[in-house]
Design a protein around this ligand. Structure first.
Ligand code: NAP
Length: 210
């Protein structure tokens, strides 16, 4: 980049680019996720954050998860206004169970030189030591565990290999997908917990109704 000329929105300003990978089931995506991605982008000076909705989440094989196209479309709607945010289909298009090592490999193939930061909820990161190929994952990306207010159980974050995982508290993560699904199932309002377009999408497609 020419010194003094700011990067255009959506264009990497670092060479190599610094890219966040926001992994989650996003069932549904909510404003807490958006604030978390924005905050991590700010703190780590990221050029772009790629939201990657999971295909078949490995620890939810016995749970009901909304179909991937609905979760993907809600993520596209929610992220559309932010020029730094994009959405990837790598996890939902890959057959079989979603493993983060595969997510990282696929994004690495698209951005061979980028510095990658994998961002997800701290509760998910506490499973990190159970993840497939944990030692190889640290070669691909730095991990950022975003926590809810009052989160007091760093668990596996503390036991992860030295320097592999950072934790960042995000007050807006008082919002949770579980709570939104519960409210929607009771026909309670979810306005302002999720972007307006996602409110409309949930209503239009009858998601989370009992
Ligand atoms: P989850 O169990 O649904 O979520 C655990 C907690 O983390 C929930 O409180 C959740 O809140 C929160 N969370 C999840 N994603 C978040 C995000 N991007 N930002 C902020 N909070 C988030 O976890 P999951 O969604 O299935 O998995 C999260 C990521 O970890 C995915 O990319 C998944 O593929 C990966 N993962 C990989 C492995 C593996 O490779 N073996 C195992 C587990 C998870 P909300 O419900 O409000 O989002």
């Amino acid at each position: 980049m020419t010194p003094g000329i700011p990067a255009r929105p959506g264009r990497p300003k670092h060479d190599p680019p610094r890219i966040g990978i926001m992994g989650g089931t996003f069932d549904p995506i909510h404003n807490g996720h958006l604030v978390a991605a924005s905050e991590v982008a700010w703190v780590y000076d990221l050029d772009e954050v790629i939201f990657v909705p999971t295909g078949r989440p490995v620890f939810k094989l016995d749970k009901e998860v909304t179909n991937a196209e609905d979760r993907y479309l809600m993520t596209v709607i929610a992220t559309a206004p932010n020029p730094k945010f994009t959405v990837s289909r790598v996890d939902i298009d890959r057959p079989g169970i979603t493993y983060t090592i595969d997510t990282l490999r696929d994004i690495r193939a698209q951005y061979p030189s980028a510095e990658l930061f994998f961002i997800t909820g701290a509760d998910a990161v506490t499973e990190i030591l159970r993840w497939k190929d944990v030692d190889r994952m640290r070669d691909y990306a730095h991990f950022v565990a975003v926590t809810r207010p009052g989160y007091s159980d760093p668990g596996a974050i503390r036991h992860a290999p030295e320097g592999m995982v950072d934790a960042l508290e995000i007050p807006a993560l008082a919002i949770s997908s579980t709570d939104i699904r519960h409210r929607a199932s009771l026909s309670e309002p979810v306005w302002y917990l999720v972007p307006d377009g996602v409110v409309q999408y949930i209503a239009k497609h009858g998601l989370y109704r009992r």
